[in-house]
Design a protein around this ligand. Structure first.
Ligand code: UD1
Length: 418
């Protein structure tokens, strides 16, 4: 198995370019199933989740070509299959977007229950509810989700809780349904807006993405076109956290500063200086850090996907900080790995108490999941001595060239392949 080896500590300094948003592209690629013609998609991140989805699309009969380093052309016109088998679906959570996309296109979809990061229970009842409201019947049997509808008809859909996945799946299923669908209590994350913009640029009629209510006037056909994916909010936030945790000074490029406000505000509160430019942000963390408290919330609140990385920043701040995880039941497993590196953290239910100011020490650790893996890399940069990170396939799911990017910022970091 491949490993990442880091010799620390180091202070990050320099510039880093942020890739396209993972959580947008993992929905946009399945959404291409709804389009007749070629979708040219730019700013596609080179991550394994994208490879996996492209493999699914190809296996189903789509033509997928990488025409430039970060540009894909996807043509799903000749796809006749409406099933995503387990060997593909198990590899990543977002395979559930094929349910909405295939249902929208073929009025039938069979997708194996998704895999992905283990963050606690990950029910899909709200996805199911949205499909049923549009006229589908949904059955979960033998590890597969089966959806079928004679016709999809517009409806009012009220989500019981704010769910990114259910919001996007409801949009995908409703985009070609007959009439006006109104989805209330939706998620407002930047990638929700990006998926709606992608669909609209192919001919859909979706309004309100980014607010609490999304209205979709069904259209009979989507045609091909060009679209550029937004920059990755969480990758950008990870480099911001890494700069802050190492007392560094880093210019983070190709970003949308507005999407990072929830992260910038928290770092500023801790004593980090943040300067925003049009499409970049300068993080200067050379001053000492103050303790803080964080509660994860749906956008525009502090993102749960930044929680492990923010924990490492708290480890540099003198005093006791607290993290309240309000989205996932089990997102603190990584703290046990940090504790092996001399961190002082205790967890009680959904709250972690982080005692900052202790020098981290290098140790062998595992990347328990994608964002936990990013936190291990940051901790390795902060720690005295050598940190060896195993199970790095989790990290590859969502971070493009993480080793190269940190090395360019001055880290002594390398990838070792067995
Ligand atoms: C997406 C992100 C993930 C992030 C999460 C929250 C992608 C591919 N993944 O995951 O990285 O951590 O948003 O920002 O974009 N829930 C239900 N029933 C449902 C759906 C969700 O109870 O049908 C609950 C979940 O258990 C969780 C909360 O709602 O407690 C939010 O989940 P959701 O926003 O759906 O997360 P994902 O879309 O899976």
């Amino acid at each position: 198995m491949d490993k990442i080896i880091i010799n620390g500590p180091c202070r990050l300094e320099g510039e880093v370019e942020i890739a396209g948003a993972k959580n947008a592209i993992v929905a946009i690629l399945p959404a291409a199933m709804l389009v007749d013609g070629v979708c040219r998609i730019e700013n596609v991140p080179k991550i394994s989740d994208v490879e996996n989805i492209c493999n699914i699309l190809s296996a189903m009969g789509a033509a997928v070509r990488r025409v430039e380093e970060k540009t894909l052309e996807v043509d799903c016109s000749s796809v006749r299959c409406s099933e995503v088998p387990y060997e593909f679906a198990r590899k990543f959570r977002a395979s559930y977007y094929f349910l909405g996309a295939l249902l929208g296109r073929f009025h039938t979809a069979t997708v194996a229950m998704p895999g992905g990061c283990h963050l606690g229970a990950r029910p899909i009842d709200q996805h199911v509810k949205a499909f049923e409201q549009l006229g589908a019947t949904v059955e979960i049997k033998h590890g597969n989700v089966h959806c079928r509808a004679d016709r999809l008809t517009a409806s009012g859909i009220y989500l019981d809780m704010v769910s990114v996945g259910a919001t996007i799946n409801a949009m995908l299923a409703a985009v070609k349904a007959e009439g006006l669908t109104v989805i209330e209590n939706v998620a407002k994350e930047p990638h929700i807006v990006d998926v709606a913009n992608f669909l609209n640029s192919m001919g859909a009629n979706i309004r309100g993405a980014g607010t609490d209510v999304i209205k979709i006037q069904g259209v009979s056909r989507l045609q091909g076109g060009s679209y550029a994916v937004i920059p990755d909010q969480i990758e950008a936030g990870t480099y911001m956290a890494a700069a802050a945790a190492t007392g560094g000074r880093v210019l983070i490029k190709n970003i949308i500063p507005k999407h990072l406000e929830c992260i910038s505000a928290k770092l500023e509160e801790m004593g980090v200086s943040i300067t925003e430019y049009d499409d970049s942000i300068l993080v200067d963390a050379t001053a000492p850090l103050k303790k803080t408290n964080v509660k994860t919330m749906p956008y525009p609140g502090f993102p749960t996907d930044m929680q492990p990385q923010m924990c490492t920043v708290m480890l540099r701040a003198e005093g006791i900080s607290k993290i309240n995880e309000s989205i996932w039941d089990s997102r603190f497993k990584y703290t046990e790995e940090l504790t092996r590196m001399n961190a002082v953290i205790s967890v009680a239910g959904k709250v972690a108490t982080v005692e900052g100011g202790h020098q981290l020490l290098g140790a062998p650790v595992r990347a328990c999941d994608l964002r936990a893996g990013a936190a291990m890399v940051i901790a390795g940069l902060m720690a005295q001595g050598t940190t060896v990170i195993e199970e790095i396939d989790h990290i590859r799911r969502g971070y493009e060239q993480i080793v190269e990017k940190f090395a360019a910022l001055g880290a002594d970091i390398r990838l070792v392949s067995d």
